[in-house]
Design a protein around this ligand. Structure first.
Ligand code: C5P
Length: 227
């Protein structure tokens, strides 16, 4: 089968990365988690004191963009690429609730988006890629052969994210996670630049009541239909 581009967009914690990783593994494609890239920039801003609960020095972050180097290094054991920020593995650091609290504000900045979108388009230029995010089917790869838009109820999503954070030993409450998920949904869908919307031609999958297997079979069915 000819290599294609698969764009998976949707709200926070809809299980986009789970399905994207499964698909990439099954098809022998590269998986790119674009949320990790926005998270790494937010982490950089946090580390350098450009963003806090009360303020956000956007201009200094924009001026620093040329000094932010992002790349993925494939981890064979995990089966996907881990996020590196200026040559340091930040996979763990970028998944905290603190970074989740800042990332959507950082992702609103057009200069940040322009830099990351360019890099994402470069990574996918040879196709054979599964990329997940918020603007993949609308902005990064509007011509992707397969576009998926994932949804699930906010409560289902918050519970998933809460279970994930707890399993990693983070001391968060369910309410804190739900609030974060709802805040990010709001910012992501209301921003001026590349708001989260269902792309033209995207298949919508509500996975609130689907098992992982059912979800995978549904998406794989869509891939096979293209053949
Ligand atoms: O996918 P994840 O939940 O890790 O993404 C973190 C945040 O990064 C999102 O809430 C959104 O603000 C931003 N993001 C984005 N565009 C993408 C991927 C993520 O704006 N393509």
């Amino acid at each position: 089968m000819k290599k294609i581009t698969i764009a998976i967009d949707g709200f926070s914690s809809t299980g986009k990365s789970t399905i994207a990783k499964q698909l990439a593994k099954h098809l022998g494609y590269v998986y790119v988690d674009t949320g990790a890239m926005y998270r790494a920039v937010a982490y950089f801003a946090m580390q350098n004191g450009y963003i806090d609960k009360e303020f956000f020095d956007k201009d200094t972050l924009i001026a620093s963009l040329p000094y932010i180097k992002l790349h993925f290094v494939f981890n064979a054991e995990l089966g996907f690429g881990e996020m590196y920020l200026n040559d340091v593995n930040v996979e763990k650091e970028i998944r905290t609730i603190e970074v989740s609290g800042f990332v959507s504000k950082v992702a609103e900045v057009s200069e940040v988006r322009a830099k990351l979108v360019e890099q994402q388009q470069q990574m996918g230029k040879d196709k054979g890629i599964v990329m997940d995010g918020r603007d993949i089917g609308t902005v990064v790869f509007p011509d992707a052969e397969l576009k998926i838009f994932m949804t699930a109820s906010a409560a289902t999503r918050a519970q998933r994210r809460y279970d994930e954070l707890k399993a990693k030993g983070d001391s968060v409450s369910y309410d804190e996670v739900l609030k974060n998920v709802e805040e990010r949904d709001y910012i992501d869908t209301h921003r001026d630049d590349s708001p989260l919307v269902k792309a033209d031609g995207a298949y919508e999958i509500d996975n609130s009541d689907l098992t992982r297997e059912e979800q995978f079979e549904t998406v794989l069915g869509l891939v096979k239909e293209l053949d």
